[in-house]
Design a binder for this molecule. Structure first.
Ligand SMILES: [Zn+2]
Length: 254
């Protein structure tokens, strides 16, 4: 009888564990780059119109999603807080001026937080098709409470194609400049092109980054995945809000 009872108890414990694992929240991190009124449809994965950006965010909210700050996801992964059942994180890479002129007002209007990974050595650089916002604009956005400026390295080199001493400089200078110019903690790194290896990761950790985001077009994130290999979903400008939600739900099943 004792044996049967202990067997039943262990079965209950095991099934409890299975349920807990199955219930682990899957949090998608959306990745945007540029916001443009018109763009070449071949660059659909890197562009979104202001109207479409607003529609995608509004649709998420209407469908019961909560757009949480990236830092809240980190706190959740560290076991310090919880996140709502249907949570989403919004990020931008590169730090284009369009994020300041088009994205920032929309984020404020809809009260949506977003993390912007800047190529810190290119802030204010505008002799290009895709100009970058300035340090003053970065400060204004960061001070608003809606935008969290983080690092996308100093000059956007592929970490796998430069020397380790150059990579150390790329990451440390970027973190230092963001922290001193914006008077804040820079703790998240998005490697350029999402490219890095084990050595790159250890250089990022040694530089003081406590979280690293990849650049992939699939996958969500679970607490048990840790904070050094976070997936992001490339959001396409042609996706309606409904398409975006379908893509998130598809990814949540993986
Ligand atoms: Zn980039």
């Amino acid at each position: 009888m004792k044996k049967i009872i202990s067997l039943l108890v262990s079965l209950i414990i095991i099934s409890g564990d299975v349920c807990a694992a199955a219930k682990e929240k899957a949090v998608p991190i959306l990745l945007y780059h540029n916001i443009a009124v018109v763009y070449n449809s071949a660059d659909d994965a890197l562009n979104v119109t202001p109207e479409r950006f607003q529609e995608q965010l509004s649709s998420l909210k209407d469908a019961g999603y909560t757009i949480i700050p990236f830092q809240q996801y980190i706190e959740y992964a560290n076991g310090n807080t919880d996140v709502p059942e249907k949570s989403v994180v919004v990020t931008f890479d590169d730090g284009y001026s369009s994020v300041y002129y088009y994205g920032f007002p929309i984020l404020m209007r809809l009260e949506v937080p977003a993390t912007v990974f800047v190529i810190s050595g290119l802030l204010g650089f505008n002799d290009t098709v895709y100009p970058h916002f300035t340090w003053e604009q970065a400060k204004e956005m960061d001070n608003s409470g809606y935008v969290d400026i983080q690092s996308h390295s100093n000059f956007h080199y592929n970490a796998k194609e430069i020397s380790s001493s150059r990579l150390i400089l790329e990451l440390r200078k970027s973190k230092y400049d963001i922290e001193t110019r914006l008077n804040k903690k820079c703790n998240i790194l998005a490697f350029p092109y999402g490219e890095y290896d084990a050595q790159g990761l250890s250089i990022a950790k040694a530089a003081g980054f406590s979280c690293v985001a990849r650049t992939r077009d699939w996958g969500t994130n679970r607490k048990s995945d840790g904070l050094f290999n976070l997936n992001r979903i490339f959001v396409h400008g042609s996706w309606t809000g409904k398409d975006l939600i379908a893509e998130i739900e598809k990814n949540n099943l993986m």
